[in-house]
Design a binder for this molecule. Structure first.
Ligand code: PMP
Length: 394
């Protein structure tokens, strides 16, 4: 028997498997499961976008593109950033089209981090962040947020976590998994700390289109922050294009120059034909994005009210398509709750501890599924709560 660990990198072997996958491997083998688990839209990509990619294949656009992506697409991204977020980036040297926001994040950390440098990660956090920082040789430092404050991080909390080794802060608003939304006021306070300590912000803005109550602000628009922010965005969520694997990064030119070298060697470029679809998305997709946003908003309002009614305390998230209710009154851990709910009532949710320690006592439910499915899921969760004999309404 070969011990394969002798061949494998210790750091890679020691990565924790994603706490989301484990449940889905079980759920995918069961019948009649309602999944509130996966973080992706239930919509199919709008037809006009699909048509454009099909036409692109038919027209023979099967070659590599320029490393940072088609100039035409980068121009559309620059227009979109300007009109949606009042941010100006040069298509020629400040934008790279990537394989999803995922690759943009990976490349950003590789470009930023020397061994042992610290990145503050606001938890509960998207499962990839800590692993990406670690793989880039950095050290993820969790900063916990709490339900009492709507899972918003404060400037004071950030300042407390800063050490001489801190290089960057990773912000994600609206947040996965909590849906927490940082408004201009929240961001301004954080920006002051960032500038005072000479840090850089990696701003994951993948859910920027999906906000429901307040206007979206990018931290890069605040005074002195454009120079020290790497904005990451993509097509997966807003345009229902998860499987296309298209994202992008916008940043000051010296950062993009270094990121582009990494991107050249690891990826070459994003798929040519799909980039044509992305051009169509940015040119003509706004109405469809708005329709989907309204639909998510209706579902958010429904599920938050319903969860509170059946006894699971749930704050109103400002964006994305997740709710993060407390399950503390059931006396179960988040893993026990998720596992028993799946086995007994066939509803898949993600245990909050998958997103960091401060997620314990919560579950993540994605409401990117039909209202009908959500209603059925609520019925089943209520039945599950009753079977626990808990009196969660107390
Ligand atoms: N950031 C966050 C916060 C996410 O939730 C996700 C997807 N779940 C990503 C990045 C990755 O998105 P993409 O599909 O563009 O790689």
């Amino acid at each position: 028997m070969i011990d394969y660990n002798q061949f494998l990198a210790t750091q890679a072997v020691e990565l924790k498997p994603s706490g989301i996958r484990r449940f889905f491997d079980v759920a995918s083998k069961m019948e009649n499961v309602i999944s509130l688990g996966v973080g992706e839209p239930d919509f199919v990509t709008p037809w006009a976008i699909r048509d454009m990619a099909i036409a692109s294949i038919e027209d023979g656009f099967t070659s590599y593109t320029a490393n940072p992506g088609l100039l035409e697409l980068r121009e559309e991204i620059a227009n979109y950033m300007e009109r949606s977020y009042h941010l100006s980036y040069q298509p020629e040297n400040q934008i790279i089209v990537t394989i999803g926001a995922s690759q943009a994040l990976d490349t950003a950390f590789r470009a930023l981090l020397n061994p042992g440098e610290e990145v503050l990660i606001i938890e509960p956090a998207f499962v990839s962040y800590a692993a990406l920082v670690t793989m880039a040789g950095g050290k993820p430092i969790p900063v916990s947020t709490w339900a009492e404050n709507g899972f918003k991080v404060t400037a004071e909390q950030i300042e407390k976590a800063i050490t001489p080794r801190t290089k960057a802060i990773l912000l994600c608003s609206p947040n996965n998994p909590t849906g927490a939304f940082l408004n201009k006021h929240d961001l301004s306070a954080i920006a002051e700390v960032v500038k005072k300590h000479n840090l850089i912000v990696v701003s994951d803005e993948i859910y920027a289109e999906l906000t429901y109550d307040e206007e979206y602000y990018s931290i890069a628009t605040l005074p002195g922050m454009y120079e020290r922010t790497i904005v990451i965005n993509g097509f997966s969520k807003a345009f229902a294009m998860t499987g296309w694997r298209l994202g992008y990064v916008c940043a000051p030119q010296p950062i993009i120059e270094v990121m582009l070298k990494i991107h050249q060697y690891t990826t070459m470029c994003a798929p040519h034909m799909l980039q044509h679809g992305a051009i169509e998305a940015l040119r003509n997709g706004a109405d469809q994005v708005e329709e989907m946003r309204k639909s998510y908003r209706r579902r958010r309002n429904y599920i938050v009210e319903a969860l509170n009614q059946i006894g699971l305390n749930c704050h109103l998230p400002g964006g994305a398509f997740y709710v993060f209710p407390s399950i503390q009154n059931t006396g179960l851990t988040s893993e026990q709750f998720a596992e028993q709910l799946l086995m007994k009532e066939r509803v898949a949710v993600v245990p909050g501890n998958a997103f960091g320690e401060s997620g314990e006592g919560y579950i993540r439910c994605s409401y990117a599924t039909s209202l009908q499915q959500l209603q059925e899921a609520i019925r089943r969760i209520e039945k599950f709560l009753q079977s626990l004999g808990a009196n969660p309404k107390v």
